[in-house]
Design a protein around this ligand. Structure first.
Ligand code: SF4
Ligand code: MG
Length: 321
């Protein structure tokens, strides 16, 4: 499979606030030296606790935020080398589905107006052609075309997320970054939206970056999964490998917290000591060293690099060197 997205040594830093002095002094390393690829047509999951950098990563890939350093290639091109107008042209190839369908849709616009906006911005067709496109995308997203004249606020959460997905797909993108697309929805609605996303992926040959803190959801929809901790990639593997044979102590902790119905399959839950350190104050050496149950002396000094354990399984941990 060819990579659609190639992320190389990406860093995204923000100035942090020093609360006592009210000065911007420290540096928040939201994403720190992360490399991976997203293959054409796959769903790559990014998981980790809130603040681990997965949303920042998604936004950087969409060029909604500028990386501090590193490169992001899209379909073989380095997008940071493009001019602003070239980048605007490229934008239609990568779109985003947001977490909260209640705040990400303008309540004063009708569904038609919401879906027409990106078409107009990219000057795609006359009014009649655009309306055809709008009706078509509504139907494939499970929205009756008679809803076009209704306002976003008139819909339920699940239907609003269908509108959000329709808006992301109307420009026929190649890549969709979905940032917690079902976490704001009722569990009964979640699987409908996930099934819709899978159907649309097949129909439109989409590639997904699926960001979530919910390992149950990720297992259901992703081909491969990357686990992030404190701005760094801890482990990256096929979904099967990651769930059957997690290597990184942090991944093991996350997996031990998933509720399992069958008591015979239940593993003992690993409880971590302490809180996630602030990304402005990440430990020296391994980022997980302040909480890792397997910590060794070397972990506190030297940061582990990502190592390939098999063709499709990498881990950043001194236990596997
Ligand atoms: Fe734990 Fe050390 Fe591995 Fe980090 S490198 S996860 S501290 S064993
Ligand atoms: Mg987030």
């Amino acid at each position: 499979m060819d990579p659609l997205v190639e992320v190389q040594q990406l860093q995204v830093f923000y100035p942090g606030k020093n609360k006592l002095l009210q000065k911007t002094k420290s540096v928040v390393k939201a994403v720190d030296h992360v490399s991976f690829t997203i293959n054409q047509g796959e769903t790559l999951g990014l998981v980790g606790e809130s603040g681990c950098g997965k949303s920042t990563m998604g936004r950087a890939i969409l060029h909604l935020i500028k990386p501090t350093s590193g490169e992001i290639g899209f379909a073989g091109r380095n997008l940071s080398s493009l001019s602003a107008s070239e980048l605007r042209q490229q934008r239609k190839h990568f779109q985003m589905v947001f977490q909260d369908p209640f705040s990400s849709l303008n309540p004063r616009l009708t569904v038609k107006e919401i879906l027409d906006e990106p078409l107009k911005a990219h000057r795609l067709g006359d009014e009649h052609q655009r309306l055809e496109k709008i009706h078509h995308i509504m139907e494939v997203c499970g929205l009756n075309r008679t809803y076009a004249e209704r306002y976003a606020h008139e819909f339920s959460g699940g239907q609003r997320q269908r509108i959000g997905i329709a808006r992301a797909l109307i420009l026929q993108p190649q890549l969709v970054v979905a940032d917690e697309p079902v976490s704001a929805l009722d569990v009964s609605i979640q699987s409908q939206i996930l099934n819709l996303m899978q159907d649309l992926q097949e129909e439109f040959h989409l590639t997904y970056l699926f960001i979530s803190h919910d390992l149950g959801v990720v297992r259901h929809i992703c081909n491969r999964v990357g686990v992030m901790y404190l701005g760094k990639m801890a482990e990256l593997a096929t979904t099967e490998q990651l769930y059957a044979n997690p290597l990184h102590p942090y991944t093991k902790t996350l997996l031990s917290a998933i509720p399992v119905a069958d008591p015979r399959l239940r593993k003992e839950r690993i409880i971590l000591q302490g809180d996630v350190p602030s990304p402005a104050n990440s430990p020296q050496g391994c980022a997980f060293s302040s909480r890792c149950p397997n910590v060794m002396e070397i972990c506190k000094e030297i940061r582990p690099d990502m190592q390939q354990v098999t063709d499709s399984h990498s881990v950043a941990c001194h236990l596997y060197v």
